[in-house]
Design a protein around this ligand. Structure first.
Ligand code: A3P
Length: 315
């Protein structure tokens, strides 16, 4: 943790340092949920699509597929990679229709107005990672469209906790606000603090049960977020198949960027990596504490594997 605090201080004082592991500058940050709501109201989180004039023959459509989460699972990478396909029209910003009461209260017409313009042969997709862990969302999505295809990207639950913490940590750094060390969240009275929200969000079994009350398993495709980091193309091919899209994304659309330490995208000769807030270094955690975290997730992971009939290479 000391390393993380030191790293943050150095980033503020000297933003040009080149870290050994990809670390983003704290200058551009993903806002907190409250911050996002504020930006949404001001209109600055609106998608580019909504400001550009629609092309002839295009119109806005409700999504035929939604990336429901999980937060910090690699949802942006998945959306960007899927958007390489000409048959995909993606909403740029997170819409938060089903999980924010004020948005949900605006009704389906409002939701539709948040969607990109698309052509009839295209699938509209939106991603809001908070949907997966919000208990009221599955029923609401079901009420809109019970045959919708859902995409869920998951990652090692312990690693996801660290990523979750890191995001909130940098939100605070950006505002020059102090933020407790990860140990202060992970430990309570000498034990693992299982009430820590980030731990709860990694209880995939618990949240998945809610979704399976409304949707059959074959309507929810699980993307292996750890594999998507290591080798994105095979994971994206599986998504193409699930969405019944013609195979149009190629291995040549991805290249490994050594500086970023992640795969980046190549499209019509244009190279681009994900935003610098994606792929940040995580805090160093005492191995004993990390082990406790791994042990804690052992049972829920097992239950999750049984629930979805598939295993993942998690701690
Ligand atoms: P970290 O920043 O903790 O490494 P989300 O978009 O859901 O917030 O997920 C962010 C995570 O996407 C990052 O977490 C990163 O590990 C992962 N990711 C997957 N593929 C990536 C890629 N090609 N470039 C950058 N980050 C990627």
């Amino acid at each position: 943790m000391t390393a993380l605090v030191l790293g943050a201080v150095l980033l503020i004082l000297q933003p040009q340092i080149v870290p050994s592991h990809p670390v983003s500058s704290p200058k551009v940050e993903v806002p907190s949920e409250a911050g996002q709501k504020e930006l949404f109201r001001k209109g600055s989180l609106k998608s580019d699509f909504q400001d550009s004039p629609p092309l002839n023959g295009s119109s806005q459509r409700l999504p035929q597929t939604i990336i429901i989460g999980v937060r910090k699972g690699g949802t942006r990478a998945l959306l960007e990679m899927l958007s390489l396909h000409p048959g995909i029209a993606a909403a740029e910003s997170e819409v938060h229709y089903f999980d924010w009461e004020d948005h949900y209260g605006n009704g389906l017409e409002w939701y539709l107005s948040q969607m990109p313009f698309s052509f009839p042969h295209q699938l509209t997709v939106e991603k809001t990672p908070a949907y997966f862990t919000s208990s009221k969302v599955p029923e609401r999505v079901y009420n809109m469209n019970q045959s919708i295809r859902l995409l869920l990207i998951l990652r090692d639950p312990s690693e996801r906790v660290l990523s979750d913490y890191t995001q909130v940590f940098y939100n605070h750094v950006q505002k020059h606000k102090p933020y407790p060390s990860i140990e202060e969240f992970l430990i309570k009275d000498g034990e693992l603090n299982v009430e820590y929200k980030a731990i709860n969000r990694s209880l995939y079994y618990f949240h998945m049960q809610n979704w399976l009350r409304y949707f059959p398993l074959n309507h929810i495709h699980i993307v292996d977020g750890d594999q998507l980091i290591r080798d994105p193309f095979p994971e994206i091919e599986k998504v193409e198949r699930f969405l019944k899209l013609s195979p149009q994304i190629n291995a040549s659309n991805f290249y490994f960027n050594k500086t970023k330490g992640f795969y980046c995208l190549r499209d019509s000769g244009r190279d681009r990596c994900l935003h610098e807030s994606k792929g940040r270094a995580h805090p160093q955690v005492d191995p004993k504490l990390l082990n406790k975290l791994h042990e804690y997730f052992h049972e829920p992971n097992k239950k999750f594997f049984e629930l979805v009939g598939r295993t993942f290479d998690w701690h």
